[in-house]
Design a protein around this ligand. Structure first.
Ligand SMILES: *[C@@H]1O[C@H](CO)[C@@H](O)[C@H](O)[C@H]1NC(C)=O
Ligand SMILES: *[C@@H]1O[C@H](CO)[C@@H](O)[C@H](O)[C@H]1NC(C)=O
Ligand SMILES: *[C@@H]1O[C@H](CO)[C@@H](O)[C@H](O)[C@H]1NC(C)=O
Length: 279
């Protein structure tokens, strides 16, 4: 989950910069261990961030998206790289709520409910994917884009052909986040305001597992090395769902057993509990 960690660190930096504007000297962020610099350029708060090997994209409350070149060479002159965005992508009429980057493709979701695909090399708007409500989460894997929409439906788009998306229905509340398993991109996880996390089989469009939290689930990420899933939300519980490869195969075959979970209440100490959750 190094990517997520990098995103988090960058997000914190950007948040800080946006929250301290217009004052030049903020809190002592510049003395924090590992601090490289601040990306200055947004005129309103930052809601979304995406990170790839070369680029950072940041999306703002005012609808603008900035991309930044953070490769090693560019970082040699960090002050310059950090003051000057590569591109400014304008087109969203309301706050940007989701971003994801893969190579030259950037996908953005916004409170104007228009999800857009951009070519970050040229700054061109490539395609528009209309949604009935706001998209809060996006995931790209291979030729597929998945969106987490506030209407409770996860949609799977073919990035090469403009065909109707596959729709995953079952959640009874809006979606905050969606993620393809890096290990098997035909497994997709969604996090929802209905207090559940669901894992879907993209080969069939079927729901495999439903995991319960006690409140809105706002964040999730897969392990890059196995089918372990981490989730978190308003119940202040960070949960780890251990799914074994054999269990995935069995569940696809129709037998979805209970899973072992680990829950850590970050606000109430390391109250780690072993429990099984009904599917
Ligand atoms: C980023 O900066 C590096 C080093 O200056 C450069 O080689 C690379 O082409 C830049 N990438 C983009 C996407 O502009
Ligand atoms: C966009 O979606 C939000 C809910 O996410 C809704 O309140 C709003 O009316 C929608 N706006 C448009 C222009 O459809
Ligand atoms: C997945 O990998 C993590 C990290 O190596 C390990 O702690 C965990 O036990 C593994 N999960 C399973 C189900 O094998």
């Amino acid at each position: 989950m190094g990517h997520a960690m990098l995103a988090l660190i960058s997000w914190l930096t950007l948040q800080l910069v946006s929250s301290i504007q217009p004052t030049e000297q903020g809190p002592s962020s510049t003395s924090a261990p590992g601090f490289l610099g601040s990306l200055r350029g947004h005129e309103a708060g930052i809601y979304a961030l995406a990170v790839s090997d070369q680029l950072v994209a940041s999306g703002s409350k005012d609808g603008s998206i900035l991309t930044w070149n953070l490769t090693g060479a560019a970082m040699q002159d960090a002050s310059r790289a950090m003051e000057t965005p590569l591109q400014k992508l304008s087109g969203h009429a309301a706050g940007v709520t989701a971003l994801t980057l893969r190579d030259e493709l950037l996908a953005s979701g916004a409170a104007d409910n228009s999800t857009k695909l951009w070519n970050v090399a040229t700054g061109e708007l490539v395609r528009q994917l209309p949604h009935p409500k706001t998209v809060f989460g996006l995931s790209i894997s291979g030729k597929q884009l998945a969106s987490a929409c506030w209407d409770g439906v996860a949609r799977i788009y073919d990035l090469e052909n403009e065909v109707e998306p596959m729709e995953l229905r079952g959640h009874t509340g809006g979606l905050y986040e969606v993620s393809h398993s890096p290990l098997d991109p035909t497994l997709l996880a969604t996090a929802s305001a209905d207090r559940t996390v669901r894992v879907w089989d993209l080969k069939t469009g079927r729901q495999l597992w439903k995991f319960m939290h006690k409140d809105h689930v706002t964040a999730l990420d897969w392990s890059p090395v196995n089918f372990t899933l981490a989730t978190g939300g308003w119940d202040r519980r960070f949960r780890i769902w251990k799914i074994h490869a054999e269990e995935v195969a069995k569940c696809r075959g129709g037998v979805c057993g209970d899973l072992v979970t680990w829950a850590a209440g970050l606000f109430f100490g390391m109250d780690v509990a072993r429990s099984t959750m009904p599917s």
